[in-house]
Design a protein around this ligand. Structure first.
Ligand code: HEM
Length: 338
């Protein structure tokens, strides 16, 4: 006999570990993208308020305390606040793993992505610790940042796959694709090149920052690169990204592309314009902190948009039934009474 307690437990476990793609799975996938992009913005706040050594130690904040103390002032509060966000990211990552746990046999790749997102969090905490131990060495800060950008890209791929699976359930069709319109060698090459140029832009951006004034602490070591030269090298691939986005916009309307493909390219065009305008403005106006922070916000948007464009023209992903759904089709009676 099943008791009310057993039923409540089962309801909770079914909600947290569903046997199919539910709204909860979708919410968590979106939360993964938002939180991974968000930590770039909060990390930016630490750097731009010169709070990088607001906690002088790691894993402790001060030699005596794991949490910030009044003596560490506002910088301590900002740095420590950013450290606490690790736990929010970790909570979302663990819930994501649970949400895909019962789907791992049929959707192993998605489960694998959720594992990567979770396992990188402690690694990032350690890299963050090394940035403190090295007094904000710009190469270590660069690595810390780039790993976060990579996680935004992986979380975006995961969210798009969960989105396709979710739509398949809502419309009861099991052949939903990410690349749901026409693609040609030109759209494929353009989108792949945009993605590669995007990564070059990200890497060069961190070099520009490492050579600039906002190192996270007045005494932080700086690169000795020529600031103007590295900024030009940072902006050059952006011209290529913009040119290829225009190519995609033109080609798209001559092909049977889908609404999703068009939306993806228009979104990329919009975020590129935003990011380039902010980038040039900060460059020609001595890097005002508020504007540099907007540039940090744009980084998540560009990473998301270039990943989606890559996906909608190249992905082979198709939605497929879960183990439970297959079994339900074969033996509906058994499962209903199970
Ligand atoms: C696709 C467009 C762009 C992306 C994705 C992008 C990305 C980035 C990234 C990742 C950083 C380093 C952030 C950090 O290490 O904390 C950065 C810094 C910077 N970017 Fe861009 N950027 C873009 C366009 C531009 C353009 C067109 C310019 C114009 C010159 C520009 C100027 C700068 C400058 C001056 C910095 C250094 C800011 C500082 O010292 O704090 N960016 N960008």
């Amino acid at each position: 006999m099943t008791t009310a307690g057993d039923q409540a437990t089962r309801r909770w476990s079914d909600a947290l570990m569903p046997r199919t793609f539910t709204l909860w799975t979708m919410v968590l996938a979106v939360a993964s993208v938002v939180s991974q992009a968000g930590i770039i913005v909060t990390g930016g706040a630490v750097r731009l308020t010169a709070s990088g050594l607001g906690c002088s130690e790691w894993p402790r904040c001060t030699p005596e305390s794991y949490v910030t103390t009044p003596e560490m002032g506002i910088n301590g509060a900002i740095e420590f606040g950013n450290r606490l966000l690790t736990f929010v990211l970790a909570a979302i990552a663990v819930l994501m793993i649970l949400a895909l746990w019962r789907l791992r046999k049929t959707h192993g790749k998605l489960f694998g992505m959720s594992l990567v997102l979770a396992l990188v969090i402690p690694a990032q905490a350690l890299i963050g610790g090394i940035t403190v131990w090295t007094d904000l060495n710009p190469w270590v800060v660069m690595l810390h940042f780039l790993v976060s950008a990579l996680m935004v890209s992986i979380a975006t791929l995961l969210a798009y796959r969960v989105g396709v699976e979710r739509r398949a359930r809502l419309t009861n069709t099991h052949d939903r694709k990410i690349q749901d319109g026409v693609t040609t060698p030109l759209t494929r090459i353009s989108s792949i090149t945009i993605y590669i140029a995007g990564w070059f832009t990200l890497v060069m951006g961190t070099i520009v920052t490492g050579s600039g004034p906002h190192g996270g602490d007045p005494a932080a070591p700086r690169h000795e690169f020529d600031q103007l030269l590295v900024t030009r090298m940072h902006a050059a691939p952006v011209y290529l990204m913009v040119a290829l986005t225009v190519v995609l916009l033109v080609v798209m309307y001559r092909l049977q592309t889908s609404v999703r493909q068009r939306r993806a390219v228009w979104s990329l065009a919009a975020v590129l314009v935003f990011q380039a305008v902010v980038g040039f403005y900060q460059h020609f106006n001595d890097l005002p902190i508020g504007v540099v922070w907007m540039h940090m916000f744009g980084i998540g948007l560009v990473t998301w948009a270039m990943t989606v464009v890559l996906d909608v023209f190249n992905s082979k992903y198709e939605s497929m039934p879960t183990q439970y759904e297959v079994a339900q089709k074969e033996e509906p009676e058994t499962l209903i009474h199970a």
